[in-house]
Write a protein that binds this ligand. Structure first.
Ligand code: AKB
Length: 310
């Protein structure tokens, strides 16, 4: 097994790369990103995933057998430069698909998102098969990504698998450019004893997932036998909450946390996403079962961030 990760220093990449090194050993993992640091105990290479030649060379010379393609511009940042975002999110995934096809790499992981859904999915527990009507360029690129995954699977007998991640909450690194980022930022402010200015309105409930569960889901999906996989993209979630719900949970440990609500353009994006997801197919097909609810996730985040501070 030789695994290549793009976007290895992003929010998901930081935790997933560590988990893959722990599971398969440092010699089995090659971490890549546009800007690299010396923090992983594995080969780490600078890579611009828009460069097919460079990507192809790494896949070939390192005899890669699986690719996790995590590099992408997220929802809120994507709306600032829609065409550039479309171009970047799609061209990097095309390059990954092509580099995989050319080098006979069958298994590829593509992170999809709750952003594949639109406002028609908002007020319900959204099922896996609910119509995909994205409103952001990020969401459109995720729908296209799932469709291209289907295409490569059917035409080239590849095995591209996608998870529709909700907002991811982690202590290891900060997210950047997403609509759900507030749910991480609030912990950092709370632990520093600072007030938190929330860019979403009270009552804006969204599906979320603690990073340990996200890692578990990703590895479970990729480990599942091909015959168990019934669709290209799977809904998953661990919990669903609004800003005041998470603030209330944090106040059980840090009572003086003050939140000021000052909604910005991210409010509109949040209102175009589901409140919660039905993840039954993931549970049925490959045994998905999250361990962290709002209470457990909050305790763990506060504990981990406090440890980091010391
Ligand atoms: C974002 O907010 O853009 C991401 C996502 C839900 O895909 N965290």
């Amino acid at each position: 097994m030789r695994i290549l990760i793009t976007g290895a220093f992003g929010q998901l990449g930081t935790a997933l790369t560590e988990a893959l090194i722990n599971k398969y050993g440092s010699k089995s993992v090659v971490a890549t990103d546009l800007h690299i640091r010396d923090t992983f105990n594995c080969e780490t290479l600078k890579l611009d995933a828009t460069d097919l030649e460079a990507l192809d060379e790494i896949v070939r010379t390192h005899q890669i057998t699986q690719i996790y393609h995590l590099a992408a511009v997220l929802s809120a940042k994507g709306e600032l430069e829609p065409l550039k975002t479309w171009d970047l999110n799609n061209s990097t995934f095309f390059n990954v698909l092509e580099a995989a096809r050319l080098n006979d790499v069958r298994k590829v992981f593509f992170p999809s998102s709750i952003a594949v859904f639109g406002a028609d999915a908002r007020n319900q527990i959204t099922s896996n098969d609910f119509p995909l009507n994205p409103t952001t360029v990020y969401g459109i690129s995720k729908v296209a990504g799932e469709q291209w995954a289907n295409y490569y699977n059917a035409k080239y007998n590849m095995d591209v698998r996608c998870l529709r991640y909700p907002g991811l909450i982690s202590y290891q690194s900060l997210p950047g450019g997403g609509t759900t980022d507030y749910a991480v930022d609030i912990f950092h402010k709370a632990i520093k004893g600072e007030d938190f200015e929330c860019y979403l309105r009270k009552g804006t409930q969204l599906p979320m997932l603690y990073m340990d569960d996200a890692i578990d889901a990703t590895i479970r999906l990729m480990d599942a036998p091909k015959k168990a996989i019934t669709r290209v993209g799977y809904n998953i979630q661990g919990m669903s909450f609004s800003p005041e719900m998470i603030a209330e949970e944090i106040r059980k440990n840090i009572p003086k946390l003050t939140v000021v609500y000052n909604p910005d353009n991210r409010q509109k994006i949040a209102e175009s996403w589901p409140v919660a997801l039905d993840d039954t197919p993931a549970r049925m097909d490959w045994g998905w079962e999250p361990e962290y609810d709002l209470k457990r996730m909050t305790e763990e985040m506060l504990y981990r961030l406090d440890q980091k501070k010391r």
